[in-house]
Design a binder for this molecule. Structure first.
Ligand code: UDP
Length: 363
């Protein structure tokens, strides 16, 4: 009997997390995978280039929901996923991460009594002001198969009374990272960006808590300017960040190279060769830990504590002065030895997640 799986993606980090699983599923006989792209991210740099680079092919359906308020995006994705499930039977809907598309697709499927599998389940920041936290908790609550990246996520679910069907499979984002990095000419990327290995700082900042506060954003840009007096600072900025900088009339200080988001392969090549990464992204905390590159996270909390305990991540809080101090200290000391790998962040998580999904469907 064949198994039909609907994989839903929609935003930049979704593609990176889902690709290793759809690829592993496609290698099994009797499994058909349908790919639905919600279009939550719609420009090429944040979406199309990822589908291509990760070899996901054209989606079977594109909802084109685009940007909008949280409710608008959630509603549009729910309607689109409901329609798709009405037209194409699915035994399991796979969703990934913590964006609005993730929660909306999970809710639409659950209401139709279609089983839901959540990739990157169980992460908790404990911070309800983050839209991602709401999305994570709701998605996990309606999911039937909970695929975890790390042991702390399994513990978080158990604390909420969720023990079935929870599988610790590892981090599929790291599968994509290793696979694409291996196929990328890092030296060419460094030269195109006019930087030297280990002699630049890479920055991404896009969480609303920071970029929607113009005064805070201006102070952080000033800190980056201070760092740029020592090493070039590359800041490929999310469209949201660029829009807020423009609205607030904030210009990049000298030496801070503000740019469009980079294509995935180029970005991870830079991440691997950076002297220091400064970010508020969840994915970057994980990727830098897997790469052994020091990372300062400009947030008060993290839903990825394993990157602090076993990886290279340091939480600096949201005080620009503390960020400046931590960054200057990091640049003044020799880069630390790479920590040992985080368990199951080994490039084999996609295959384990696919096996877990198939064994769930055989139950
Ligand atoms: N990324 C990218 N180009 C960029 C910035 C990030 O390809 O200019 C990748 C990064 O390597 C990671 C993912 O996008 O795989 C992280 O996405 P984002 O920070 O938007 O989401 P979060 O991880 O915070 O949910």
């Amino acid at each position: 009997m064949s198994s039909r799986i609907l994989a839903v993606v929609g935003a930049r980090p979704n593609f990176v997390k889902m690709a290793p699983i759809t690829e592993a599923l496609a290698a099994h006989d009797g499994v058909s995978v349908r790919l639905l792209n919600t279009g939550q991210h719609y420009d090429r740099a944040l979406a199309g280039s990822f589908l291509e680079r990760l070899g996901m092919g054209d989606p079977d359906r594109d909802l084109g929901v685009g940007s909008g308020s949280h409710a608008e995006q959630t509603a549009a994705v729910m309607e689109g996923v409901e329609a798709d499930l009405g037209e194409h039977h699915a035994d399991l809907v796979l969703v990934a991460g913590d964006v609005n598309s993730t929660m909306a697709a999970a809710l639409a499927a659950a209401k139709l009594n279609v089983a839901v599998g959540h990739v990157e389940s169980g992460l908790r920041s404990g911070d309800w002001s983050m839209p991602e936290e709401v999305n994570r908790v709701v998605t996990d609550r309606v999911s039937d198969l909970l695929l975890c990246t790390s042991a702390d996520a399994v513990e978080n679910l158990a604390a909420e009374g969720i023990t079935e069907v929870v599988e610790l499979v590892g981090n599929t984002m790291i599968d994509s990272l290793f696979r694409i990095l291996e196929a990328t000419d890092r030296a060419a990327v460094l030269s195109a960006q006019d930087v030297e290995a280990g002699r630049f700082v890479l920055v991404t900042l896009h969480r609303p808590a920071l970029v929607d506060d113009p005064a805070r954003l201006g102070e952080v840009l000033a800190v980056l300017g201070e760092l740029a007096a020592r090493l070039p600072v590359l800041f490929p900025a999310h469209p949201r960040t660029v829009a807020r900088l423009a609205e607030a009339g904030i210009e990049a200080p000298e030496g801070v190279r503000l740019a469009e988001p980079l294509e995935y392969a180029d970005f991870i090549a830079l991440e691997a060769e950076a002297r220091l990464v400064i970010t508020d992204s969840g994915g970057l905390q994980e990727e830098t830990s897997a790469l052994g590159v020091p990372c300062l996270t400009y947030r008060d909390n993290t839903e990825r504590p394993v990157t602090v305990e076993l990886g290279t991540n340091t939480l600096v809080g949201v005080d620009p002065a503390a960020l400046c101090e931590a960054a200057l200290a990091a640049l003044a000391t020799e880069p630390p030895e790479s920590p040992p790998a985080i368990p199951l962040w080994d490039g084999g998580a996609g295959a384990r997640a696919a096996a877990a999904a198939l064994s769930f469907l055989r139950r």
